[in-house]
Design a protein around this ligand. Structure first.
Ligand SMILES: Cc1cc2nc3c(=O)[nH]c(=O)nc-3n(C[C@H](O)[C@H](O)[C@H](O)COP(=O)(O)OP(=O)(O)OC[C@H]3O[C@@H](n4cnc5c(N)ncnc54)[C@H](O)[C@@H]3O)c2cc1C
Length: 433
């Protein structure tokens, strides 16, 4: 798992705006998997219709995929969990198929290994029924209900009363996928600038925009905001008024010691708590080797809060002054404290994992990495469940793209590219210059 990045994105605007040295049709802010997938879709659409399109991706960090994309579980989700008809359900199912096809075509290592979801108590059976119903409604092939004995045919060390086998789930390295998207972008004439955080956006008299980046100013006809943990701030920087606030939730992992990795064949998930968009701590065999356990979901005091002690005054102030945060806290404080306890107590983390694999011992777990989820929260205190993508004048803002957005990235990219094309008039021939 990559180490924690350091670059504070979306910093204060420069005191002296510079004149744009270059002109692009589109600037994409954010070089994670969603930004690069969007850039790839825009360039592919332009190439397919014989239009020229000049496009720049600006990324604040020295490398692509250093935040959510490079610090996740690496699971290709099937589309099991999501409300039928939601953007998450349709884009995940379509995106999963596109992800397997892309990896196949571009030689990105991946595996369609399947997973089991396990009900550990009778009280979880109604939620398991609902997952099965959703999976079938979302068109998943081959999902099968398992009894306690059948569960152990898939995962011999499991404890559970019933489960679901989901054969279309897989594993991949999303940093490698992002790098492969970047190759396609460059091959189609797109540019990618790293160490180029967007610091300010201003409108020009001709309706175009100037984006001030850490590598100078660029002019563009339109902008797509895929800045993940900073996406609400970029939207505000662009003059939009997003009705949500990004609240960071850290997900911490342990790794299984090499001699105990045989406890897990593939992927083992609990039945998730339907009140939250998080899936509960699970076991994941990684494509590069090893088995991870986690992630939990702890409120982070910094948007780049990869460690328990990480604190940002600006980020905490932004969270604490948002009315939706206090409404959420009133409703879910107990769960929040439970997650915090699990973050500080390895024993508490172990006991959540032991519900799935009772043989697991404290010494089998070594602290692993962490990722921070960019979870949008609305003013009512609800964690926004679906992907949220909004259009503005010559802009598209991706304001909520949590899991399964890595899986769904190709289809999210196509969806955003379509909105951007409408918004920017890209269906028309692009003027030279
Ligand atoms: C712990 C964890 C586990 C997960 N597991 C899975 C999984 O197994 N499967 C799955 O499908 N999804 C998973 N997800 C979700 C998935 O990782 C995200 O949905 C996805 O990576 C979002 O991609 P993104 O491009 O929107 O965000 P990011 O990857 O965060 O990219 C945003 C980029 O914008 C850049 N940026 C920010 N501000 C600026 C600025 N001012 N100028 C320029 N650039 C800027 C950042 O540096 C960053 O690189 C997981 C997420 C987490 C945190």
């Amino acid at each position: 798992m990559p180490t924690a990045p350091t670059n504070p994105a979306a910093a204060a605007p420069p005191a002296h705006p510079t004149s744009p040295a270059r002109q692009f049709d589109v600037v994409v802010v954010g070089g994670g998997i969603v930004g690069t997938a969007t850039a790839m879709a825009l360039l592919r659409d332009a190439a397919a219709s014989g239009r020229s399109l000049s496009l720049l991706v600006v990324e604040a960090e020295p490398r692509l995929a250093r935040h959510q994309t490079g610090n996740n579980s690496g699971v290709i989700h099937s589309g099991l969990y999501y409300k039928p008809g939601s953007l998450k359900a349709t884009l995940c199912v379509e995106g999963r198929k596109a992800m397997y096809a892309f990896c196949q075509e571009h030689g990105v290592r991946h595996e369609c290994c399947g997973k089991v979801v396990v009900a550990t108590r009778e009280s979880e059976l109604p939620a398991l029924d609902e997952l099965e119903r959703r999976g079938k409604a979302n068109g998943l092939a081959g999902i099968r209900r398992l009894g306690a004995e059948e569960l152990r045919e898939h995962e011999p060390h499991l404890a559970g009363v019933a489960g679901l086998h989901v054969p279309e789930t897989g594993i991949v390295d999303y940093t490698a996928v992002t790098e492969a998207y970047a190759k396609v972008i460059r091959s189609l004439g797109g540019e990618i600038w790293t160490d180029a955080g967007a610091r300010a956006v201003r409108a020009q008299s001709d309706g175009g925009l100037v984006v001030e980046t850490e590598r100078g100013a660029v002019a563009c006809r339109g902008l797509v905001n895929c800045a993940g943990l900073q996406s609400d701030r970029i939207a505000r920087m662009c003059g939009a008024n997003p009705d949500v606030r990004i609240v960071p939730f850290r997900g911490e992992y342990y790794t299984l010691s090499p001699q105990r990795q045989s406890l897990v064949r593939n992927l083992i998930y609990p039945v998730p708590d339907p009140r939250f968009p998080f899936l509960g701590v699970h076991f994941t065999r990684m494509i590069g080797g090893g088995v991870e356990a986690g992630p939990n979901a702890v409120l982070a005091l910094a948007r780049h809060g990869y460690h328990r002690t990480a604190f940002s005054l600006r980020d905490s102030y932004d969270t604490g002054t948002f009315v939706g945060f206090w409404r959420m806290a009133r409703k879910h404080w107990k769960t929040g404290f439970g997650e915090l306890h699990r973050s500080f107590s390895k024993r508490a983390f172990l006991s959540a994992l032991r519900r799935l694999i009772p043989e697991l011992e404290l010494g089998d777990l070594t602290p692993g990495g962490a990722g921070v989820r960019a979870q949008a929260l609305d003013r009512t205190g609800a964690l926004v469940d679906d992907f949220r993508i909004v259009q503005g004048n010559r802009m598209v803002h991706v304001l909520n793209a949590p899991s399964p957005a890595a899986t769904a990235s190709i289809s999210i990219g196509r969806h955003v590219a379509k909105l951007a094309a409408e918004q920017l008039g890209l269906a028309r021939p692009v003027a030279a210059g």
